[in-house]
Design a protein around this ligand. Structure first.
Ligand SMILES: NC(=O)c1ccc[n+]([C@@H]2O[C@H](COP(=O)([O-])OP(=O)(O)OC[C@H]3O[C@@H](n4cnc5c(N)ncnc54)[C@H](O)[C@@H]3O)[C@@H](O)[C@H]2O)c1
Ligand SMILES: N[C@@H](CCO)C(=O)O
Ligand code: NA
Length: 438
């Protein structure tokens, strides 16, 4: 039994903005677990209003709480605003207003945070309010709190992982069953994984927003979505998947944020999202469906891996409610959550200067000297080759080359030059690789 004396704080009144996939689960859990949440927060946590677009479309919700005027709900007598609508406008103004008026904000909105976290944190500082957003990256997985708090004393060097459930769901299906792209995307939408506009998922915008948030927290630097190099999965073809399979690899869309040291020793940050070929033995290769997984490397901690459900109503609601309890506790006890930490302000390195490795699969003429000619083009661009595999067909040959690390621009130029060679019939597949070759 919970002693009542632990729930003696002033009631925390919550405005819920948006009641779709995630909002509906938050409303359900807030209602069903009211007593437990009150005991954990130290005060009753009360749903004071729910803003939806069409109140008449929500017979399942308590009618007296519904409004279609989110702006008025934010201005009303509430302590916390939980925003689960998504997108930048008009949400941005509502959250700035809430924070400036001392109302804490909990949001899952990565698109907004990836562009406007600086002004949101500034608004929070102006009143001493809290801004929590664990659900914005990797759904249910506790990842932002470890970066903001648990690892605040360490020096993070790399954050790399699968942070978009929809694209991982599609790539997993293409790899395992050969399922088509469009039908799998429809299923991801039906299951509540995809964004309202799923091009945000398949073109990598969602993963780029998440990479910006991760890089900002990991490297104490303001990184926005526009700083992140972005490639989605719409160009990943059945040939790419087959080329990967032939070599014991698989294709994943990764968000990669790392500290990169220049020749002069100066540090910068690289943040990027693109498809990657991984050996099947790599732990990220075995992350299937809408699951997410993220590796964090830090000087003292070493390697850490975070794994779990990255999308879907209930898993995302779990992270939202965790933040809500944290915010309520802060109100009851008088503390505050972490503020923005952007003191390092490292420069963001352009993609062309970022060291990467390529996998290049070619269809070439099967005659003497072709391999040497191709190798010469790599050498001319100062790209060193790590592995070559050649398989003869009738009058053509398949040539697969994996490089060592080189500046991405040099690799891109190499592939362009190779595509123009007379002896090269077709560039079948080009993809960056991560992980050790087996
Ligand atoms: N679905 C997921 O798996 C997931 C995971 C992590 C984060 N998120 C983020 O959570 C947020 C919500 O996602 P979702 O999947 O629940 O989206 P959703 O489209 O299911 O829900 C959004 C709801 O907001 C409502 N809405 C739109 N404009 C409104 C307005 N002016 N006033 C009131 N309501 C309005 C819509 O009608 C809709 O019901 C987004 O920022 C999304 O990126 C979603
Ligand atoms: N659309 C997102 C939701 C979780 O942020 C995804 O598929 O990962
Ligand atoms: Na999370």
């Amino acid at each position: 039994m919970t002693a009542m004396s632990t729930v003696d704080g002033k009631t925390v009144r919550v405005a819920l903005l948006g009641c779709g996939t995630v909002g509906a689960e938050v409303a359900r859990l807030l209602t069903e677990q009211a007593d437990e949440l009150a005991a954990r927060a130290g005060a009753p946590v009360e749903l004071a209003g729910i803003a939806v677009r069409r109140p008449d479309k929500h017979p399942e919700l308590p009618q007296h709480l519904l409004t279609n005027d989110a702006a008025a709900l934010v201005e009303s007598d509430v302590d916390v605003v939980v925003e689960l609508i998504g997108g930048v406008d008009p949400v941005r103004e509502w959250l700035l207003t809430a924070l400036r008026k001392g109302k804490s904000v909990v949001t899952a909105n990565k698109a907004l945070l990836a562009e406007y976290s600086a002004e949101l944190f500034e608004a929070a500082d102006s009143s001493g309010a809290d801004l929590y957003f664990e659900a914005a990256v990797a759904g249910a997985i506790p990842l932002l709190r470890p970066l903001r708090e648990s690892l605040a004393g360490d020096r993070i060097t790399k954050v790399m992982g699968i942070v978009n459930g929809t694209t991982n769901f599609i790539l997993s299906a293409m790899d395992s069953t050969g399922a088509g792209y469009a039908e799998t995307l429809d299923e991801a939408s039906r299951l509540g994984y995809a964004e309202a506009d799923p091009t945000a998922d398949v073109d990598g915008y969602d993963a780029a927003s998440k990479a910006a948030i991760l890089a900002s927290l990991a490297f104490h630097t303001r990184v926005t979505a526009s700083d992140v190099h972005r490639e989605g999965i719409s160009n990943v073809s059945a040939s790419d998947i087959a080329a990967a399979k032939a070599l014991g690899r698989t294709v994943k869309l990764l968000s990669i944020c790392e500290r990169v040291e220049g020749e002069d020793g100066a540090e910068s940050v690289s943040a990027r999202v693109h498809p990657v070929m991984l050996p099947r033995t790599h732990p990220l290769a075995n992350v299937g469906g809408a699951f997410n997984a993220v590796f964090v490397e830090a000087d003292a901690a070493g390697s850490l891996m975070f794994y779990g459900q990255g999308a879907g109503g209930a898993p995302t609601a779990s992270a939202v409610l965790g933040d809500l309890v944290a915010v309520a506790r802060n109100r009851v006890l008088g503390g505050r959550g972490p503020r923005e930490s952007a003191h390092a302000q490292l420069p963001v390195r352009p993609m062309g200067q970022t060291p990467t490795r390529y996998h290049v699969s070619l269809d070439v003429a099967d005659k003497p000297g072709v391999l040497a000619q191709v190798a010469q083009v790599f050498a001319a661009h100062e790209v060193s080759i790590a592995a070559v595999r050649q398989r003869d067909r009738h009058d053509t040959a398949s040539l697969v080359i994996v490089t060592h690390l080189a500046p991405d621009a040099a690799l891109e130029a190499t592939v362009e030059a190779i595509g123009k060679m007379d002896v090269v019939n077709e560039v079948v597949s080009v993809m960056r690789v991560e992980g050790e070759d087996s």
